[in-house]
Design a protein around this ligand. Structure first.
Ligand code: ACO
Length: 331
């Protein structure tokens, strides 16, 4: 057992459905318009999974890319964590289904539920396992098909969400590289602000429940907005302080891609310029646990993330939860 080695992302990938649903398409479904959606959220379009597809399909696609980019094979993966709130089924875990698709023989696998903060929560789990020497290579996936749990008659939520997956392989890296600190938190008093009311043990699905769309996302948008604005900047400041850094040390922030106004509020609070924040929500909307790794992968492919850069990831979501991490990019 090797104690306290550094752990970092050594490969990253993502996958999104081909089908695009534009704001103009939404205008045909609910009473909304492109201008309102773009002004209030920054979103222009989102991706929709096809009938018959499931979260594990996209999780596995993203994972294959991440494993290949890490120069590894599925047999080299020691643990699979899938952050999701839209698993293929209530059980078994989607991680087990992904394990089978990838052919990671006998590899332990579990799901993690922390809403849109889920992937950063999972990343912190992977960090602990690799740092401690318990595992060498942990596959950390964030995957959600929110279109499956969207109430397509509710104009205040249906314009926000999209489908996708992102994945990273976490492995040992050189000293002072990789994942440096995390700041995780939750406030269950806000559990009702963002939820799917039925389909669990509290309220099983009945024909009445389905008619009332209680098997779909319910959100108190204003409450979530206020929470997000407060917590995002605070989480970044706290996680930077944990590794003796300030906002001046940041090369790039990869924020949860929920709403451009929430991101702009963090830019203001931290006194940074907008180009320090990577944004791709106009193309994908809010993809929940997939949002941060999908953005990180795009930033990487666009040359916005380079070796030794200080990258901050930050998310917030159902729970209510929040999570931020700082890393020195290791490759
Ligand atoms: N098109 C046109 N008008 C709309 C739409 C729409 N799609 N949706 C709402 N409106 C109207 C409302 O009916 C309301 O009209 P009224 O004033 O006549 O009553 C008006 O616009 C304002 O509506 P609000 O809901 O009060 O608007 P708000 O300023 O709160 O913005 C929004 C709504 C964009 C959803 C905002 O609350 C938000 O972004 N919240 C955070 C959402 C979020 O990020 N959630 C994800 C968290 S992460 C996770 O785990 C999934």
């Amino acid at each position: 057992m090797c104690n306290h080695r550094n752990a970092g992302i050594i490969g990253i990938g993502s996958a999104v459905p081909d089908k695009v649903l534009t704001n103009a398409d939404l205008e045909k479904i609910v009473d909304t318009n492109d201008e309102w959606i773009r002004n209030m959220t920054g979103i222009s379009e989102r991706r929709m999974a096809a009938e018959g597809e499931s979260t594990s399909d996209y999780a596995a696609k993203a994972a294959r890319v991440a494993i290949e980019r890490a120069g590894l094979e599925p047999k080299d993966i020691d643990l699979i964590i899938v952050a999701t709130v839209t698993g293929d089924m209530p059980f078994p875990s989607t991680a087990c289904i992904v394990q089978n698709i990838l052919g990671c023989k006998d590899t332990p696998a579990y799901d993690l539920s922390a809403g849109c903060s889920g992937w950063v929560y999972a990343l912190s789990n992977a960090n602990a396992f690799v740092r401690s020497g318990i595992y060498n290579h942990v596959l950390v996936i964030g995957a959600d098909l929110l279109s499956r749990v969207t109430n397509w008659t509710d104009r205040s939520t249906c314009c926000l969400f999209g489908d996708g997956a992102g994945a990273a392989v976490v492995g040992p890296v050189d000293e002072e590289q990789g994942l440096l600190a995390f700041e995780l938190g939750s406030d269950g008093a806000g559990a009702n602000a963002l939820r799917i009311p039925a389909g669990g043990s509290r309220k099983p699905c009945t024909p009445e429940v389905l008619l009332a769309h209680e098997d779909k996302i319910f959100m108190e948008g204003r409450e979530v907005f206020k929470f997000a604005v407060k917590i995002q900047g605070m989480a970044i400041e706290k996680v930077l302080a944990k590794c003796g850094m300030t906002t001046g040390d940041i090369s790039l922030v990869i924020p949860h891609q929920a709403n451009i106004r929430i991101i702009e509020s963090a830019v203001q609070r931290l006194g940074l310029s907008m180009d320090k924040f990577f944004v791709n929500l106009h193309k994908y909307g809010n993809t929940s646990a997939a949002s941060i790794p999908l953005a990180l992968d795009e930033a990487m492919q666009a040359g916005r993330v380079k070796k030794d850069d200080t990258i901050v990831v930050v998310g917030f979501g159902a729970g209510l939860t929040w999570a931020a991490g700082v890393m020195k990019w290791a490759y």
